[in-house]
Each structure stands twice: as C-alpha cells, then as structure tokens.
Design a protein around this ligand. Structure first.
Ligand code: CA
Length: 382
C-alpha cells in the first residue's frame, strides 16, 4: 500500500462569547485535520492539537510543505520509519510546538489508515485494550467577561455533576487570593464526593504555587496541573516534594526526547502528554513505555474536536494500569465541556457519556469514527 495524498483541512470559527484562561482570551475554535489517501482506496484521518491561542495555519503549512513530501509514495505500515523521517527532517526548526503537533496529525491519520485497512481498531494494532470504557472528567470553568465568580463556577459544577460527571477540573491562575477563595467555595458547594482538580496553565512562580498548594490542601484537590512554567522542570520537582496534592503536567511537552527529562527526573506525579501534540500514536506509545518504566501514571491531555477525542480514547485504552493491582489507578478522559461549535458534529457516532457516567472506547476500524465532510466545508477557514 502507498500513501498517494495528504490533504489538510483548516477549520476555524469565531466564538459568540470569547472565554478566558490564565494565558488570555480565546476568541475562536480551530482545528487542523489531516486526510490521508492511499492507492488502495483506504483513507485515514488525523487531527493536530490547536491550542486556544494558536493560529491553525502554522501546523497546516508544516504538513503541506515539510511532512506531505516525506510520506507521499511511502507504505503507511512503515509508520515508525515515517515518524522518524518526519521528525529528522523538521528537527532543526521545530522540536516543540506546532511541528510535533503537525507530525501528530499525520501519524494519527496513518494509524487510522492501517486500522481501516485491517478492519481493526487502532488499540488492537497497539497491542490491545486494558479497558473498554473510561471515566471522563469535565474540563471547563473558563471565565466570561460578564461572569460573576465563584457563583458561576458553582453553578457550572452542579450542572456537570447533574449530568453524571464524578470529577471536574477548575481553571485557576487568576491571582492567589482569588484562586484560594474560588477553590474553597466550589469544594464547599459540591461537598466531599466529587474529585476536583485545578489547572493554572502555568500562571505562577514556584513560591506562589507553594502558597496556593498549602492553602488548598484542605479542599482535597486530586491534582494541581501546570502550576508553573513548563521550562522550569526543577521547579516541578521542588513543588512535588512539598505537597500531598498530585502535581501534573505534560501538555506543553513533546516527543520522547522532551518527556525523557520529565519522566527520568521524577518531576510529576501524573504525566499528561497530548496525543495530538506530542507526536501521535507512534511517539506516545514510546512516551507511555518510558513512563511505565519510571512508574508514572499517564492521564492524557485532550482538547480538540471529535477526531482528537476518538484518537485519544484509542490511546487511553492502551495505557497499562499504574501499578497493575486489584484496584489500580486508572487513566481518565479529559472531556472538554467548553464552547466548541463543531467538536461533536465533525464526526458521526459522536463521543458521549453514558448513563453510568462512562465514555466507551470506539471499537470500529481505525479510530472508530467517520468524518462528516459537510462540517469540513461549513467551518473551512477562509
Ligand atoms: Ca491544562
């Protein structure tokens, strides 16, 4: 089988009401979708992570100009070789960020293609599923200009819990005193049952994060995500030794080379690579193996449209429990509940939470989904 074409679809749409996290205001939702064709008529789909402040055109240009020429004419079943060629070709100008995002989308499309060719879900090709379903947690709690906090967050928490979520992740990073009051208020409002995580999107220094950690420990926070800058690996290690709240990070790291430092230096309790950012299935299975060798559980970062969600579920299925015990710590699905006009509509058989509060791993061929081409046209970037 030979890859005959790699088409990039750039989708973008303004949000009716922009929302903020600690890094800025998100005014549009975008996606970079890869459609891979072969000489045997099999198609594969992939998606690159498109950060809230990231112009999708950057990763799209990398795919068109650097990655497409590398993979067209090649056999998709040589996926490992193709990954290394894509990485080596782009290494001098892109070891992190939009280049690995772009490689991820092409790699995911190649795996989808292989799965469709064999009539097997990607998790079977990767060695099998440890689980058929996963517990999701609700990501949301972005700020609106007109919003009043913490009242709006308390109402949001109650609505997620009423839908069946058992875990929620609060966006913080809006100032120490405000964050402390905010976290306490939400915990008081929802009671002791639900799991609560907090995510500062690296808004703090080590000193400020240490104060915050101490202040919110009584609120029984499960993990504190990206308290400090992703460049400050030693800072993470320092914070981890000071608190009983798990320290989590990884959405701003890429490839086995980047994760090698985080894992081997034991900097976090929970590692959060994004399948659509860190290098796709080929690279994330290696990151997963490194993490297992250092006994570090993975709970992937997920913040994309339907292809990204389906691909992430395939990856989550393959993550070994850490440790393998009668009651192991299981990965969760980060299930973004913030506004996204085409997240669900992009795919048929959209991902959803069942009445038990669980999300099923797709078990159809490849990623287990079909793409709605009408949505590609409707949201195509001008
Ligand atoms: Ca995050």
């Amino acid at each position: 089988m030979k890859i005959t074409d790699v088409k990039t679809h750039v989708l973008s749409t303004p949000l009716e009401e922009p929302f903020a996290f600690s890094m800025g205001w998100v005014t549009q939702r975008s996606a970079v979708i890869v459609e891979l064709s072969t000489d045997e008529g099999v198609t594969g789909w992939g998606e690159a992570l498109c950060h809230g402040l990231q112009p999708p055109e950057i990763a799209a240009a990398i795919i068109e100009t650097a990655l497409k020429p590398t993979v067209v004419g090649q056999d998709p079943f040589d996926v490992d070789v193709l990954w290394e060629r894509m990485y080596n070709r782009t290494r001098p100008f892109g070891q992190k960020g939009a280049v690995p995002n772009a490689i991820s989308a092409v790699d995911i499309a190649i795996w989808d293609c292989m799965g469709r060719a064999l009539g097997k879900p990607v998790h079977k090709l990767l060695g099998g599923a440890y689980r058929t379903e996963v517990q999701p947690y609700a990501t949301g709690y972005y700020r609106r200009k007109a919003g009043a906090y913490p009242e709006e967050a308390i109402a949001e928490a109650k609505s997620h819990l009423a839908k069946g979520f058992k875990a929620i992740k609060l966006k913080i990073g809006f100032g120490l005193e405000e964050d402390i009051e905010y976290v306490r208020s939400v915990r008081d409002a929802v009671g002791p049952g639900p799991k609560i995580m907090v995510d500062a999107n690296h808004a703090y220094t080590v000193g400020a994060a240490r104060r915050l950690l101490k202040a919110i420990e009584p609120s029984h926070i499960h993990w504190f995500e990206e308290p400090i800058s992703p460049e400050d690996i030693d800072g993470y290690k320092e914070l981890k030794s000071l608190t009983n709240i798990y320290i989590a990070a990884g959405e701003n790291e890429f490839t086995k080379f980047g994760f090698r430092e985080w894992i081997s230096r034991r900097t976090v309790d929970i590692l959060q690579p994004d399948l659509c950012a860190a290098g796709g299935f080929t690279e994330c299975r290696k990151i997963s193996a490194l993490a297992q060798a250092w006994h570090t559980p993975i709970v992937p970062h997920v913040w994309g449209a339907g292809i990204a969600q389906a691909a992430s579920l395939q990856f989550i299925a393959t993550l070994p429990p850490a440790p393998l015990a009668l009651y192991p710590s299981e990965p969760m699905l980060e299930y973004d509940q913030s506004t996204h006009p085409f997240r669900q509509d992009l795919i048929y058989h959209a991902i959803g939470m069942d009445d038990r509060g669980m999300v099923q791993i797709p078990d159809g061929p490849g990623l287990g989904i079909e793409v709605n081409r009408g949505i590609l046209e409707r949201y195509r970037s001008a």
